[in-house]
Write a protein that binds this ligand. Structure first.
Ligand code: NAP
Length: 262
């Protein structure tokens, strides 16, 4: 599936994408959609071992900015934004597509979540958005900008095995609203895309993920699972001026699954 007919709606926009692990990552689909409509992109990877995967992907969309950044480390975040400042001077958007929880916390019962597991999941999956937004806001000029994060329905309702990640996503969605309120006067918009389940590295770590795909296919109004390209197109909408009046929102890109009561 292609994104849109070439309209160039992201021409002149420059931004950074956090969370590309490989070519299945939702961050990568967001990056591709943005690139196809003219955006210039910067990328980070968490671990050195992933550089060999991320660098060729970045090069395929003509990006020359590829830096290591573990978002659980404030010093690394500051360093990346300092480098971005010398690279471009200012930026227009951020895609935050990052989450992590211990595997044992994504199976069994939420009630068994350890204090350390809880802290880790909330830190990486929720707090990092605030840490990134604070730095990004300093690099956004008077035109403002757009900050996007990725969330999941498990923030709103109990989804078996999603456990602590659901609590982290609830914190992430609340963070979107507070950040949108804080940064709105600088014309910086903050929004979340609540994606239906997509087969990625992170998703395969959730126990029973395949059953989730089957369940959605049967019950979602569109009778299918969402395609990663559809998540990318929504990121494009949020980065572009098409969404200029929208901030603090959580938009479901889930084939309608979340509207069903039964
Ligand atoms: P993915 O390809 O595995 O991406 C997750 C990314 O998070 C990876 O690049 C991972 O890097 C990165 N990450 C983890 N800890 C990090 C840290 N401390 N610092 C920097 N980066 C870190 O999986 P994905 O499904 O595309 O996930 C992207 C986002 O979409 C997540 O927020 C996820 O919760 C959300 N989402 C996914 C689905 C789905 O079904 N796939 C649905 C709704 C929402 P490493 O690989 O190096 O750890």
């Amino acid at each position: 599936m292609r994104t849109l007919a070439l309209m160039g709606i992201a021409v002149g926009k420059k931004g950074i994408v956090f969370g590309v692990a490989n070519d299945h990552s939702l961050a990568w689909y967001c990056a591709r959609a943005l690139h196809e409509e003219g955006a210039e992109l910067a990328f980070t990877y968490q671990a050195e071992t992933l550089e060999r995967r991320v660098r060729p992907l970045a090069e395929s969309v003509k990006s020359t900015f590829v830096e290591q950044c573990d978002l659980s480390d404030d010093a690394q975040i500051e360093q990346v934004f300092a480098k971005l400042k010398s690279h471009w001077g200012s930026i227009d958007f951020v895609v935050h597509a990052v989450a992590f929880a211990n595997k044992q916390d994504l199976e069994g019962h939420f009630v068994d979540t350890s204090r350390d597991g809880f802290k880790l999941a909330l830190d990486v999956s929720a707090y990092t958005l605030t840490a990134v937004a604070r730095q990004a806001a300093q690099l956004m000029d008077s035109k403002g900008g757009s900050i996007i994060t990725l969330t999941y329905y498990g923030a709103e309702k109990v989804v078996p095995h999603y456990n602590v990640m659901g609590v982290a996503k609830a914190a992430l969605e609340a963070s979107v609203r507070y950040l949108a309120a804080d940064l709105g006067e600088k014309n910086i918009r903050v929004n979340a895309i609540s994606a239906g389940p997509v087969r990625t590295l992170a998703a395969m770590g959730i126990s029973g993920f395949r059953d989730m795909l089957k369940y959605v296919e049967q019950r979602a109004p569109l009778k299918r699972n969402v395609q990663a390209e559809e998540v990318g197109k929504t990121a494009l909408y949020f980065v572009s001026d098409l969404s200029s009046g929208v901030t603090g929102e959580v938009v479901h890109v889930d084939c309608g699954y979340s509207i069903m009561g039964m």
